[in-house]
Write a protein that binds this ligand. Structure first.
Ligand code: NAD
Ligand code: AHE
Length: 374
């Protein structure tokens, strides 16, 4: 089928209220440097929900959501050398071209090559979509947008977004959030540190797992949902604070609990008020706070500049600070050697047909990761 338009099925978010599980689409042939993947499994993430909600300034409709998946290469465009049909791959939303200023800097995992296309939901190679919702082959009908250049509820990606797996089992370990575990590499948590984690969803739990691996002694989980505390114990959280149990601001509660503040804090929710609290619960002189949560459109963070003048550091991370092509294979090895948890984050398995129910589950809070089979 290389070079041909094919018909495929995908879940299409038509607008913030309608998501059609199995819409028939036409998929245009790939351009040079692109790869077509048959997606087998995709996990749902709050970022998908955020974009579907219409709140994401970069979310355009109609679109194909999804950005955590595993699949098999079906065909490749001209010039693709790294993968071939039949390879089992994990596409990642953070590219690594190894050619741009960002990639060469050695200072960041962000890649400058695809971001502009990512922000408007088209392919990097020609700034166009490859999907048509109505099957009309005229050029103007190729209009479905992609989320973060991956669109994993069906698939076509640029080759530098792909990681060839070193193993043959196409399991749904997906791009679940051991990635965020690497925040710890980013924040450089030292043994014996105090760490506060705001939000004990999948992302917060991955950070907890990383904090434990780094040898942190106190790992304080903060969540307004007490149901999260039991499961968090399995990921290394050893103290729990529910802000609703206190009259004082949560930052003050934590400062009091830790003799002046924590060494590291992570905001894993996406709320700007919590981001402020996460910074302000850090110890004077050295405390570092890392923003991981994605805040809603138009939101801004604030604090007294004095918080920074007196030595606290405020930073953020995308994709856990990981260089995708270089470091994801290392993560896969760690998983295969049973050194990191992945299966434990998957609480539900459903099919693409049940995608609306899966989103409901996620919003109810009883689900860490739901993996959809396609
Ligand atoms: P989640 O909704 O499963 O978890 C959030 C947790 O925060 C829940 O347990 C909830 O009860 C708790 N919470 C909500 N409000 C709170 C408050 N005021 N105080 C304390 N706890 C509160 O979400 P998730 O899947 O773990 O994702 C978390 C965030 O990380 C999302 O914003 C997501 O978009 C973002 N994210 C960022 C990256 C990145 O690379 N930066 C990657 C993946 C996800
Ligand atoms: N489009 C959003 C920003 C979304 C965002 O921050 N995304 C995270 C990944 S979340 C994955 O679940 C990210 O890594 N961003 C870095 C990047 O380059 O996009 C908005 O608010 O505009």
């Amino acid at each position: 089928t290389q070079g041909k338009v094919i018909t495929c099925k995908a879940a299409v978010a038509w607008n913030p209220t309608n998501l059609f599980p199995l819409k028939m689409l036409k998929l245009r042939h790939h351009k040079p440097g692109e790869v077509r993947i048959k997606i087998l499994y995709t996990a749902l993430c709050h970022t998908d929900a955020y974009t579907w909600s219409g709140q994401d300034p970069e979310g355009l409709f109609p679109c194909i959501l999804g950005h955590e998946a595993a699949g098999i290469v079906e065909s490749v465009g001209e010039g693709v050398r790294e993968v071939q049909p039949g390879d089992h791959v994990i596409p990642c939303y953070q590219a690594e071209c190894r050619e741009c200023k960002f990639c060469k800097s050695g200072k960041t995992n962000l890649c400058g090559k695809v971001r502009a296309a990512t922000g408007v939901g088209v392919m990097m190679t020609d700034r166009q979509s490859r999907f048509s919702v109505n099957g009309n082959l005229s050029s103007t009908s190729w209009e479905l947008r992609h989320l973060v250049n991956t669109l994993l509820f069906m698939m076509l990606v640029w080759q530098k977004l792909i990681h060839k797996l070193l193993w043959t089992k196409c399991a749904f370990w997906v791009v679940v959030y051991p990635l965020v575990l690497s925040c710890l590499e980013h924040a450089k948590v030292e043994p014996g540190s105090n760490v506060a984690i705001f939000g004990l969803g999948t992302v917060g739990l991955a950070v907890a797992e990383g904090a434990k691996t780094a040898g942190a002694s106190r790992i304080i989980g903060i969540d307004i949902d007490p149901k999260k505390f039991d499961v968090a114990k399995n990921f290394g959280v050893n103290e729990f604070v529910n802000p609703n149990d206190h009259d004082k601001p949560i930052q003050q509660v934590l400062v009091d609990l830790t003799d002046g503040g924590v060494d590291y804090s992570f905001e894993c929710i996406g709320k700007v008020s919590v981001m402020r609290a996460a910074l302000e619960c850090c110890h004077k002189g050295w405390g570092t706070s890392v923003i991981v949560g994605v805040a809603a459109s138009g939101q801004e963070i604030s604090t007294r500049p004095f918080q920074l003048v007196t030595g606290r550091v405020w930073k953020g991370t995308a994709f856990g600070g990981f260089k995708s092509r270089t470091q994801v294979p290392w993560l896969v090895d760690k998983y295969m050697n049973k050194e990191i948890k992945v299966d434990e984050y998957i609480t539900h398995n459903m099919t693409l047909l049940e995608i609306n129910e899966a989103f409901d589950l996620m919003h109810e809070g009883g689900c860490l990761r739901c993996v959809l089979s396609l």
